[in-house]
Design a protein around this ligand. Structure first.
Ligand code: PLP
Length: 429
């Protein structure tokens, strides 16, 4: 089934650490070798051996309309012929910034970068410079990219490989990173009681999407807004996953919270490398060349990513029905999985919010990292393998959300439920 993939992987391991350019792609935690992909269209991807899969990785979030959407790709040929990067500004950067600013009331100005990692790293620098404080507060199981001060008790591949705090991150860098429990305001209040006047910001995934999918409990985000305001600290929403996904206006629209800085990525590049951070004018004005906070990028705002992102966001803006459809599909999948769980009487649990969903191999409820890490990852690994045999590609880790796109049809969801029924029966036999 995976002959060509295996061959490429053997070569890959010689030249690339672990054979992959991002750890989760190695499929290690599900005890398989990675599959190598040839192409994607709509909800499906096709590997080099000719196998096709209904895809729930979907590039880990950017492809909210599915693979190779014609409207997202519109104009790309023209850019390829006329130059992909100039090192001087282009109009599409301004159109993109205007679109983001008009879509997010908390964002008066926005700066484009090349990845979510850059966005959060730069947002922290800005918050520290603006408040003239050094400490930052993050949550266990939240992942904000791999910059040093944020790679502490993080989620995503870091939990998957059991290295939530990476070697190579010096103690003196993380001594100013305070880690609290997600959905636990008391732990935050305690940290602020002790260090409040030194805390530059809280950074949070408003819906945690890197320890599976863990929504905020009622009052959690409001509480963070309140605490940061009381201490003149900044609230940074990392909406790299949730931005333009949870709803058009992201988690901040969904929960009615007004963060000081927002980080974007994934969807806003339509599948090309991108990131952005934006916020209130009085804060953003400190960024160079308007202010002294330095941050730059050779390929930042490059026309290819800007064009793809602009096309995608415009389509989302013009057709809000997409969000209703995404949620409908996620609910259909949730209901299907819950029926199976009930019928088989197994300790599995579905977490879902809007179009974001994942299946935990444990009884639940799952509201923070402590809950999530109790999951039976061996069972997830068996389930993953059964699903791939059925033509369903899930994230190769228990600690990631499943990405549904507008391109997933009702039939795709039905096939997925049927496959899950078979796979779960086998997993628990
Ligand atoms: N923030 C969140 C919430 C993410 O999920 C990710 C990546 O998955 C990042 C930041 C880092 O983004 P990137 O991988 O583009 O550096």
């Amino acid at each position: 089934m995976f002959k060509k993939s295996k061959k490429i992987y053997e070569d890959a391991k010689k030249y690339i650490p672990g054979g992959v350019n991002s750890p989760v792609r190695a499929f290690k935690s599900v005890d398989l070798d990675p599959i190598f992909i040839e192409k994607g269209k709509g909800s499906k991807i096709y590997d080099v051996d000719g196998n096709s899969y209904i895809d729930y990785i979907c590039s880990w979030g950017p492809l909210i309309l599915g693979h190779s959407d014609e409207e997202v790709l519109d104009g790309i040929d023209h850019i390829l012929k006329n130059g992909t990067s100039f090192g001087v500004p282009t109009e599409i950067e301004v159109k993109m910034a205007k679109l983001i600013v008009e879509s997010y009331p908390s964002v008066d100005m926005v700066r484009m970068v090349n990845s979510g990692t850059e966005a959060t790293m730069s947002a922290l620098r800005l918050a520290r410079a603006y408040t003239k404080r050094n400490k930052i507060l993050k949550f266990e199981g939240c992942y904000h990219g791999h910059s040093d001060s944020l790679l502490v008790k993080s989620g995503s591949g870091a939990i998957t490989f059991n290295v939530p705090t990476s070697p190579g991150v010096p103690d003196y860098v993380v001594k100013d990173t305070i880690v609290c429990k997600y959905n636990d305001l008391e732990s935050v209040e305690k940290a602020f009681n002790e260090y409040g006047d030194d805390i530059a910001c809280i950074i949070v995934e408003p819906v945690a999407g890197n320890m599976g999918v863990v929504p905020p409990i009622e009052g959690f985000l409001e509480g963070l807004r309140d605490i940061t305001s009381r201490y003149d600290s900044l609230l940074i929403f990392d909406e790299v996953i949730t931005g333009f996904r949870l709803s058009y206006g992201g988690a901040q629209q969904e929960f009615g919270i007004d963060p000081d800085i927002t980080c974007f990525g994934k969807i806003i590049g339509g599948g090309l490398p991108v990131g952005a951070y934006g916020g209130k004018k009085h804060i953003m004005s400190n960024i160079s060349p308007l202010g002294d906070v330095y941050q730059a990028g050779t390929l930042s705002g490059n026309p290819l990513a800007m064009n793809m992102g602009y096309n995608l966001i415009t389509k989302l803006k013009d057709n809000r029905n997409i969000y209703k459809e995404l949620e409908k599909k996620a609910i259909k999948l949730e209901n299907g999985l819950n029926d199976i769980i009930d019928n088989l009487n197994i300790d599995c649990h579905v977490n879902r919010i809007k179009g974001m969903i994942c299946l935990f191999f444990g009884k639940g409820p799952f509201t923070n990292y402590d809950d999530v890490k109790e999951c039976d990852t061996e069972k997830y690994s068996i389930f993953f393998k059964k699903m791939i045999e059925e033509g369903i590609l899930l994230p190769p880790s228990q600690f990631e959300g499943w990405f549904i796109t507008y391109a997933h049809s009702d039939e795709d969801i039905e096939i997925t439920i049927e496959a899950a029924n078979k796979a779960l029966k086998n997993t628990y036999n």
